[in-house]
Design a protein around this ligand. Structure first.
Ligand code: SF4
Length: 244
C-alpha cells in the first residue's frame, strides 16, 4: 500500500467510529491490566462477565492480595486457564505492591517484567490506560495486516514494527482498536465479509469473498444485529459492492 492508501484505509475505518474503545470493562489502569491478563484465549464478553462482580470489590493490587488466590480462582472459574491466570494475577499484585508502590508502571520495559504480562498485554495497557501510541498485535491484527498488505510479517513483532512505521499521525492512537474491530467483525478468519468491507478497494487479499455465502442473511440485517450485540458502530456499515 502507498502512503496515501494507508491514510485512506484508516480514514474509512475511523469514519463511523471515531473514538473506539476496548470492549473489556474496567475502571482504572490496574483493572484493565487484570482484565487483559485474563483475556488470553478467552472472549472479552466472557472476561467481563467474571470481572463485573470482581471489580466491584477489587480495584487495587492491595485489595487483590487481600482477596487471595483461592477466592480469585472461584471468581474467575468461568474463564479458560483460570488456575494459571489466578496465580499470575496474585503474583503480579504482589510485585506491583512491593516494587511499584501499588501503581501500574507506564513503560513497556517495566510492564513485561510482571508475571503473566507479555508485550501484547503491555501494549494494550499503554494504549488504553495511558494514551500511548502502541500497536498490540493480536490474532485479528496479525491477520488483517497480512491479508490487506497494510503490515505484512511472519511474527506479531514484525507486524507491530510495520504498523509503527506506516500508520500516520492522526490514526496512531486508535489504529489498533480499528484493526481489531475490523478483524473481529468484518475481516473474519474463516470467511472475510469483503462484500460489506469499507476498505475493499484498498485491500490486496487475493481470495476476497465478494458476495455473502448462500443462505446467509443480507448484510444490512446482520450488521444491525451486531450493532445491538456489540455496540460497535462500524460493523453495520452499508456498502454495496459488486465483484470486480
Ligand atoms: S476486503 Fe476482505 S480480506 Fe480485505 S480487508 Fe476487507 S474483509 Fe478483509
Amino acid at each position: 500500500m502507498t502512503r496515501e492508501q494507508v491514510f485512506e484505509f484508516f480514514r474509512r475505518l475511523a469514519e463511523d467510529n471515531p473514538a473506539p474503545e476496548t470492549e473489556l470493562e474496567y475502571g482504572n489502569p490496574y483493572q484493565l491490566l487484570v482484565a487483559v491478563t485474563l483475556s488470553a484465549q478467552a472472549t472479552d464478553v466472557g472476561v467481563n462477565k467474571a470481572t463485573r462482580a470482581l471489580f466491584r470489590q477489587v480495584s487495587t493490587p492491595e485489595q487483590m492480595l487481600a482477596l487471595g488466590e483461592d477466592e480469585l480462582k472461584d471468581r474467575i472459574k468461568t474463564i479458560g486457564l483460570f488456575n494459571t491466570k489466578a496465580r499470575n494475577v496474585i503474583a503480579m499484585a504482589r510485585r506491583l505492591v512491593e516494587e511499584f508502590g501499588g501503581a501500574v508502571p507506564q513503560s513497556r520495559e517495566a510492564l513485561v517484567t510482571l508475571p503473566g504480562v507479555g508485550r501484547k498485554t503491555a501494549n494494550v495497557v499503554l494504549n488504553c490506560a495511558f494514551g500511548q501510541e502502541t500497536f498490540a498485535v493480536d490474532t485479528h491484527i496479525f491477520r488483517v495486516g497480512n491479508r490487506t498488505g497494510l503490515a505484512r510479517g511472519k511474527t506479531p513483532e514484525q507486524v507491530e514494527a510495520k504498523l509503527d512505521k506506516r500508520v500516520p499521525a492522526p490514526f496512531r492512537l486508535h489504529a489498533h482498536h480499528w484493526l481489531i474491530l475490523h478483524g473481529r467483525y468484518t475481516c473474519k478468519a474463516r470467511t472475510p465479509e469483503c462484500w460489506r468491507c469499507p476498505v475493499v478497494e484498498l485491500c490486496a487479499y487475493k481470495a476476497k469473498v465478494l458476495a455473502p455465502p448462500k443462505g446467509r442473511k443480507g448484510f444490512r440485517a446482520e450488521g444491525a444485529e451486531k450493532r445491538e450485540g456489540a455496540e460497535m458502530s462500524h460493523s453495520g456499515r452499508s456498502r454495496s459492492l459488486s465483484p470486480d
